[in-house]
Each structure stands twice: as structure tokens, then as C-alpha cells.
Design a protein around this ligand. Structure first.
Ligand SMILES: Cc1cc2nc3c(=O)[nH]c(=O)nc-3n(C[C@H](O)[C@H](O)[C@H](O)COP(=O)(O)O)c2cc1C
Length: 253
């Protein structure tokens, strides 16, 4: 059955021909247009880079992530995330739905920095968190491939610079390239902490950490470093950058 829309009032008429008179606004058949009844095109699949969160739309994941350069095997299908919670639906959760749920855990974003033989380096991490108080202890989870991981494994020292909400440029500088190929501190003002590791001058707050040697947990691709807090300060009272805020706004900024 065809559908005709009145261009004046929006009334929808079903039939082979438009009506002689619109029953709502009274205009004639010449004011009706055929409503396209073709089904809406299928929504493209959405693939998420599990390294940098880049979203790609298409039937297949890209060969290479255009943001961080990893291969297609690092992409997962981002399934439609909002599902009805029922006894049956929980039995059908998948890796895709679980990853989407993981994105709902709240995190801050931090620059975790270290120094080795006079060389500075730092990386973005969302996995910095307080463990105990007292004693003041924190943990950070770092990928074994990262240069920052190498520095901290060898020296046991690091700093955490807490980023303010506007510091997207710092996420790009520290989070999407390795210190193996770039000097990330070349244009970033810093001061040295008591432990010698760099603290970003425009951070909101910072902490210094000393890794507790028997409290480094191997979690497969990453190590979880547990550290005593050996220094720290609030530098500026402003809104902190959260992972969720970064994720929602990174395409715009
Ligand atoms: C938003 C965001 C959060 C990240 N969180 C972590 C993290 O918690 N642990 C980690 O090992 N890498 C994390 N990364 C990735 C590293 O920052 C990235 O691989 C960095 O280039 C490593 O640099 P490096 O080799 O100089 O140490 C994150 C990246 C971004 C953009």
C-alpha cells in the first residue's frame, strides 16, 4: 500500500492515489507527495580500535588504524550497547557487549612519567588509582611494550600528572606515540620531582611514586605496579579530564 504525505499539515494517507481532500487541513490532492517506502539503508557496522578507541564504520575493520597504526586484529565490533536487562539477555552477553560496559567505568586521565639515564619519557594512562591510606599507596597498570614501562621497571620511580579537562593536546602528545620514536617532553614545560621524574607544569595535581619491588603483578600484556606515594601536591583547582569526557569530545577538539 502506498503512503501519501500532506505537504501542508503532514497527514499521512494510505492508498493507491492521494485523497481528493486532506481530512485535516482541506487541501487538494496536488498538495500530497508520495512517501518513499523503501527500507532505510542498513546502519554501517562500527569497529572500535581497542588500543586508541578510534571508531571505524564499514563492513570490515580497516587494515591499519589511522590514529595509532595497529592492525585490523586489534579492532572489535562495537555492538549496539544498550540492551534490555533480563534473565535471558545476560546469558547472551558477548565480548563486544562486555567491552561496551567497560567503557562505562569512570576513569581520569594522567601522564605517567619517568626518567632513565637522564632521558625523560611519559605516557597517558587511565589506570592510576589509590589503593590504601594509610599508607598512601597507588597502582598503575602499564603495557609491557611501552617505553614508560621499561623506565619504571628499571628505576622504580615515576610521577603522575593529573590532567585538566582542556588538556586534549597532552593526551595526543603522550598517548598516541612512543618515546622510542619521539621526544615527548621536547615542547612540554616540566619541573623535576624529588625523585627526578618530570611533572607537567600545567597539571592540576601530581603524585610521586616509588614502586614496591615485591608488589609488581604480571597481568599478561601489562604489569600492575604498586607504589608508595613519596610526594604530591594540588597545583590548580579546576575540572579534571575524565576518560569519558575525552572519548565524547575528542573528534570535536
Ligand atoms: C586515553 C588513553 C588511555 C591509555 N591508558 C593506558 C594505560 O592505562 N596503560 C597503558 O599501558 N597504556 C595506556 N595508553 C596507551 C599509551 O599511552 C601509549 O601506548 C603510549 O604511546 C606509550 O608510550 P611510551 O612507549 O612512550 O611509553 C592509553 C592511551 C590513551 C590515549
Amino acid at each position: 500500500m502506498k503512503k501519501w504525505r500532506c505537504k501542508v499539515c503532514g497527514y499521512i494517507h494510505e492508498g493507491e492515489q492521494p485523497p481528493d481532500v486532506c481530512p485535516v487541513c482541506g487541501v487538494g490532492p496536488e498538495e500530497f507527495e508520495l512517501v518513499d517506502s523503501a527500507p532505510a539503508p542498513a546502519k554501517p557496522k562500527r569497529w572500535k580500535c581497542t588500543v586508541c578507541d578510534y571508531i571505524h564504520e564499514g563492513d570490515e575493520p580497516p587494515e591499519v588504524c589511522p590514529v595509532c597504526g595497529v592492525g585490523r586484529e586489534m579492532f572489535v565490533l562495537l555492538e549496539d550497547v544498550v540492551q534490555q536487562l533480563t534473565a535471558a539477555s545476560v546469558q547472551n552477553s558477548t565480548e563486544g557487549t562486555s567491552r561496551a560496559a567497560l567503557d562505562k567505568i569512570s576513569y581520569g586521565l594522567y601522564v605517567v612519567s619517568s626518567i632513565k639515564a637522564g632521558k625523560l619519557n611519559g605516557q597517558i594512562s587511565n589506570t592510576v588509582f589509590q589503593l590504601t591510606d594509610p599508607p598512601l599507596r597507588i597502582a598503575v597498570c602499564l603495557n609491557k611494550k611501552n617505553l614508560t614501562h621499561e623506565y619504571i621497571s628499571e628505576t622504580g620511580c615515576f610521577t603522575v600528572s593529573v590532567l585538566g579537562q582542556e588538556q586534549f593536546d597532552m593526551v595526543r602528545n603522550f598517548g598516541y606515540r612512543s618515546g622510542r620514536t619521539a621526544d615527548k617532553f621536547a615542547d612540554v614545560p616540566y619541573v623535576a620531582g624529588k625523585n627526578g621524574c618530570p611533572i607537567l607544569c600545567n597539571c592540576m595535581a601530581y603524585l610521586e611514586g616509588r614502586v614496591i619491588p615485591d608488589k609488581v603483578l604480571d597481568v599478561g600484556t601489562h604489569h600492575l605496579f604498586v607504589a608508595d606515594v613519596t610526594g604530591g601536591m594540588v597545583v590548580d583547582e579546576r575540572a579534571a579530564l575524565t576518560y569519558e569526557y575525552f572519548r565524547s569530545n575528542k573528534q570535536k577538539k
